[in-house]
Write a protein that binds this ligand. Structure first.
Ligand code: SER
Length: 315
């Protein structure tokens, strides 16, 4: 088996942990990490790294050919809050990088693609509880529009050219290794850091904002298992709903207070409140469970324990 993997956007929140996981699984020289800038020490010393601008087709192609890449994980993207500040930049980065990778697969230069979608594909008119796989999708953010459009193109490239592209609609992801950047769900990571450091946190969403979330270990397991599943089992070529847990800022606060009783939260909602209000509160992921045996493992209190015990030496 001559699988060789390229991760584009390897220094981001997902990319860092995905790279290390795949290197442990397949061997460090089989997994090339790339990003527009260098990342965390642990990632940089774990195997080969290339500086790569995901917008530059020739540069992506050159690395794919030189390293004889078979599988690409395209993790570079501008997230929801930043893309509201730079709409055209967000749209161009998110779409151009996807087309580069889809076209490499269409032209048979790579075999398989992982491309992340998001709960942001849903919008204010979508049913909010147990949001089904197939439902009304009228996203109101630039990020959501780019992810929904991306899903349509993935399905099109599969139907028209047979491109083996696989995708998951990630909920908000929580991890301790690398910080997220520019997302609406980022508060659920920041809150753990501030709880340890200052024993208080000012939240940019209000107390009752319930959102779908997931601990990073579950997200990485989902990502690798959809990529390793038999081709015939991947029945959805746009993107699969994926569910971990749902909570609001008050509930994550209560979970932290079980360990840090003096911890206090206050609320100063900003423009991200409207983004969060447009997204679902919980997700029905029965298609992923059925097609590639997905099962979530980590719930809120267990995640809180893992987060606090891994971050405590930092502060
Ligand atoms: N976590 C992302 C964001 O908040 C959603 O995919 O933008």
């Amino acid at each position: 088996m001559k699988k060789r993997i390229l991760i584009i956007g390897a220094c981001g929140q997902i990319g860092t942990e995905l790279t290390i996981y795949l290197r442990n699984k397949f061997g460090k020289h089989k997994v090339i990490a790339s990003d527009i800038r260098e990342g965390e020490k642990e990632l940089m010393k774990s195997g080969p790294f290339e500086i790569l601008d995901a917008m530059d087709y020739n540069a992506v192609e050159e690395i794919v050919i030189r390293h004889e890449i078979t599988d690409v994980y395209l993790m570079a993207a501008m997230l929801s809050a930043t893309a509201e500040k730079f709409p055209m930049k967000g749209w161009l980065l998110n779409m151009t990088s996807l087309f580069h990778v889809l076209n490499l697969a269409r032209d048979k230069k790579i075999d398989k693609i992982f491309w992340p979608s998001s709960i942001a594909v849903f919008g204010p008119t979508t049913p909010k509880i147990d949001t089904p796989q197939r439902t009304v999708m009228e996203p109101s953010t630039v990020y959501g529009i780019s992810k929904q459009t991306g899903e349509r193109w993935c399905e099109y490239y599969y139907n028209r050219y047979g491109v083996d592209v696989r995708s998951i609609r990630y909920p908000g992801l929580i991890s301790y290794k690398t910080l997220p950047g520019g997302g609406t769900t980022d508060y659920a990571v920041d809150i753990y850091h501030k709880a340890l450091k200052h024993k208080k946190y000012i939240c940019f969403l209000n107390a009752e904002t319930t959102l779908p979330m997931m601990f990073m270990d579950d997200a990485i397991r989902a990502t690798v298992s959809i990529m390793e599943a038999d081709k015939e089992n991947i029945k959805i070529r746009s993107s699969y709903n994926l569910s971990g847990m749902s909570f609001d800022p008050e509930e994550i606060t209560e979970s932290i207070q079980k360990h840090i009783p003096e911890f206090k939260i206050s609320y100063e909602p900003d423009f991200r409140q409207a983004i969060a209000d447009s997204w679902p509160q919980s997700i029905d992921d029965s298609e992923a469970r059925k097609d590639w045996s997905w099962e979530t493992k980590i719930a809120l209190d267990e995640m809180t324990e893992i987060m606090l015990s891994n971050l405590k030496d930092k502060y």
